[in-house]
Design a protein around this ligand. Structure first.
Ligand SMILES: [Zn+2]
Ligand SMILES: [Zn+2]
Length: 790
């Protein structure tokens, strides 16, 4: 992303290497208790230079050389050539591979060639946009006039930007709320628009991604109206199927550039599984593992003892600080002089403070820094001796983005992935191929979701009446159906020239790009009235129920009150030692089966729309160690959600029969077996679709009224779906095979949080039958050799 080319300078290289560091960390652990499950050696990658394209203007070239870029890497020139030649392009390469230069070249060349040409840059976060703007400013090229347009920009500056800037740095939110609705005032920008840069585009996934896809279609339409045909240049972390993501996001065919020409040192990646503890037990008395945070603190202190410069990624800010404190404490006992060379890196820091910490780490003044996953895009460090990942960060793209901070040219670095106590992490440490071979995870979004499509068609019509020819870009038949529905609901008016938005109030303000629609719940600090953020209505009961510990940018709050009618949750700042997990009961009704196929005479799989009725019935308070303090009941109303689900059914005989190929279960074991299989499947779907286990839910039952058979459902958690269930249906066999493997790999005797327990189970994780789940999955998998028909 942000940094260009080379690694850090001025730091003394660490004397040891990755495997040696690993040996030191493991020293003293008896082999039988070793947490090490696998070590993968990733060889060094030599630099591959490209050529400066001859169309790069002389003064741009001078500025880049003065900055220290002698020659571009091969991927930079390749992507730049494509974008210069008018091809939409998605560049998907590793951390610190200098993606910025790839879009700076064609944009700056276009701006130099034609004094009326303009460009737009979009980033998911303000901080990243500010970094990228600064990089262009520092080139000191007159006449480009790069400028930011975000929520913090003062009014006079906004006017200046509108009138003069030729390269506007903004974000999707501002594009939606400020630029597109007033596009006539931005006519100069749109008339000359040659390139639209979409940075870190792999972060646009799920419902958010669906919104962005429609927003980019609106942008393209407005640009064409003003007479320009901008080229999209997308930058992404390394992901599966980048070209498809590019096309889904922009609606245009995109060329994918994935061969990374930047040099990289060799790395050893260790997969690490903390031990099961004797002294602490979890829900229903099952064993729990030592927490990833505590294990990370231990690993960090050992690395600091070896003078390795390292960075640890932890899920929450509290967790990041605990890991720093824990490492410091361990060091105080053995090497007190090193104890204060560990620090935590917080979300609230100003950019200058962040840069200062980064410099301290690069110079070796600090040896270890802990940070939250949320800062992944904001951290501008690479070339470290070691990186520790405390828990899977949710996607392989993030995994490699974080791991990419380790490894320098000529060096040999270490990456340690410490598994958390959940099924996906368990699966990954036992199945290295899922991490190191071709990724199976696809960045999923669904611009056809009517809950997202309808409001964007309204916005589009308000920006410029929608003509018949516009509808193809918005999804063709689905868009035609949608405008017809909007017309009959009185939202749009049909006139001979197209569909019009006739209300005086534009619809934009009602659209929440980062949410899934419906009335958002505002999270408000009671004392100060400060609005911390908003929560989707369907997640509110689970995230901001009374008593919930709510994390906002790493800061901790406790919820005092949830008013669902007014859509407000009142919170106060408090940092208790526990965190909370909601317990939810769920029922499912099948509304319509859209696709389906039989896997065997007794087993079938389906995708369809469902109505999910769910109720948060209580919550658990849990210590970072995994120990449960207590369970508190809640009295919240039931909610209904229409969405998509994937489900499979089994007939009675295949479950309880004794014939070969059946599970041979005692009928009393069937509910626990299905329930355990459901929990583990929810835990593993994020390996195949870029979702979080909290974005999806499930139901299992020995006999469902709508299917008449034993059924396991996994459903999307957002209205209309976000593409997750659909991906589960498409990848059913590998997904359920991985689910089975995750259960089998776990060494616990009868089920634990690492395999079949679910943190949000509304039934208190009962009944659960670990062995039964494997038997059920064997029946399903034996039948399903076929690739599902689409
Ligand atoms: Zn287990
Ligand atoms: Zn459950």
């Amino acid at each position: 992303m942000s940094s260009i080319g080379e690694g850090p300078s001025g730091a003394e290289p660490h004397g040891g290497n990755g495997p040696e560091l690993l040996d030191r960390v493991l020293a003293g652990t008896p082999p039988a208790e070793s947490p090490l499950r696998h070590v993968e050696r990733l060889p060094a990658r030599p630099a591959r230079h490209g050529e400066w394209p001859e169309w790069v203007p002389a003064r741009v070239l001078r500025a880049l050389r003065a900055r220290g870029t002698e020659l571009p890497w091969s991927h930079q020139s390749r992507a730049a050539e494509a974008a210069h030649g008018g091809e939409h392009v998605v560049l998907a390469t590793g951390t610190a591979s200098g993606k910025s230069l790839a879009y700076q070249l064609p944009v700056l060349a276009a701006l130099e060639r034609d004094p009326r040409a303009t460009a737009l840059y979009l980033s998911p976060t303000k901080a990243l946009g500010a970094d990228q703007l600064r990089a262009v400013e520092e080139l000191g090229l007159d006449g480009i006039r790069p400028a930011t347009h975000d929520g913090d920009t003062p009014t006079e500056e906004r006017e200046w930007t509108r009138a003069h800037s030729r390269w506007v740095f903004t974000n999707p939110d501002m594009l939606h709320h400020s630029i597109l609705p007033r596009h006539h005032r931005w006519a100069r920008l749109f008339r000359g628009l040659t390139h639209v840069v979409v940075d870190e585009c792999h972060t646009y996934r799920g419902v958010f991604g669906s919104h962005i896809a429609l927003l980019l279609r609106r942008l393209h339409r407005i640009a064409r109206h003003h007479g320009s045909h901008p080229v999209f240049v997308l930058a992404s972390a390394t992901i599966a199927e980048p070209a498809q993501l590019g096309q889904r996001l922009t609606g245009q065919r995109c060329l994918a550039v994935t061969e990374d020409g930047s040099p990289r040192g060799a790395r050893a990646v260790a997969l690490w599984e903390p031990p099961l503890l004797d002294e602490i037990t979890g829900e229903n008395g099952v064993p729990v593992r030592r927490s990833a945070g505590a294990e990370t603190a231990r690993v960090l202190s050992d690395l600091v003892l070896e003078s390795a410069r390292c960075l640890a990624f932890v899920r929450s800010r509290v967790g990041a600080e605990l890991a720093a404190v824990g490492a410091g404490r361990a060091l105080r006992e053995v090497a007190p002089e090193l104890a204060d060379r560990v620090a935590a890196y917080r979300g609230g820091y100003l950019p200058e403070q962040r840069r200062e910490l980064e410099r301290a780490l690069l110079s070796g003044k600090l040896l270890a820094l802990t940070t939250t996953n949320a800062l992944e895009l904001g951290v501008d460090i690479s070339g470290l001796d070691a990186v520790v990942l405390a828990g899977y960060p949710g996607t392989l793209a993030s995994f490699w983005q974080q791991a990419g901070r380790a490894g320098r040219e000529g060096g040999d670095a270490l990456v340690v992935f410490v598994a958390r106590d959940d099924p996906l992490d368990t699966y990954l440490v036992h199945h290295p191929s899922a991490v190191f071979d071709k990724p199976v995870e696809a960045t999923v979004l669904d611009p056809g979701n009517p809950h997202v499509l309808h409001p964007h068609l309204e916005c589009a019509a308000a920006e410029l009446p929608l003509g018949e020819h516009d509808l193809d870009a918005f999804g063709g038949a689905a868009a035609r159906e949608a405008v017809e529905e909007l017309r009959s609901a009185g939202r749009l008016r049909a006139r001979p020239k197209g569909w019009y938005w006739t209300s005086r109030t534009p619809p934009h303000r009602t659209v929440e790009l980062r949410g899934s629609g419906g009335q958002q719940v505002m999270v408000v600090e009671g004392d100060t009235g400060r609005v911390l953020g908003t929560v989707d209505p369907e997640s509110a009961h689970g995230l901001v129920h009374p008593g919930a510990v709510y994390l906002h940018r790493g800061e901790s709050f406790v919820v005092d009150e949830l008013d669902t009618e007014e859509g407000i949750a009142l919170v106060h700042a408090e940092d208790p030692e526990w965190h909370t997990t909601p317990r939810e009961e769920t029922d499912i009704t099948v509304l319509e089966t859209q696709r389906g196929h039989r896997l065997a005479p007794s087993v079938a799989a389906h995708l369809g729309s469902v109505e999910v009725t769910s109720r948060v019935v209580g919550y658990l308070r849990r210590l970072p160690s995994g120990e449960i303090l207590d369970q508190a009941p809640l009295d919240l109303p039931a909610r209904r959600l229409t969405t998509l689900a994937v489900w499979y059914t089994l007939d009675q005989e295949s479950l309880t029969g004794s014939a070969p190929g059946s599970a041979g279960l005692d009928p009393a074991r069937v509910p626990g077996a299905l329930h355990a299989a459901e929990h583990a499947a929810i835990g593993l779907l994020p390996l195949f679709a870029t979702c979080d286990r909290w974005d999806i839910g499930g139901v299992s039952t020995a006999s469902h009224p709508d299917t008449g058979e034993a059924t396991v459902f996994v459903h999307d958690g957002h209205p209309g779906g976000a593409g997750f269930a659909e991906r589960g249906f498409a990848a059913l066999h590998p997904w359920l095979a991985a689910t089975r493997e995750a259960i089998v790999s776990c060494e616990c005797p009868a089920g634990c949080p690492s395999c079949v327990q679910s943190p949000k189970c509304g039934n208190g994780n009962e009944p659960l039958d670990k062995a039964g789940a494997v038997a059920v999955l064997d029946v399903v998998l034996a039948g399903d050799q076929a690739v599902p028909t689409e």
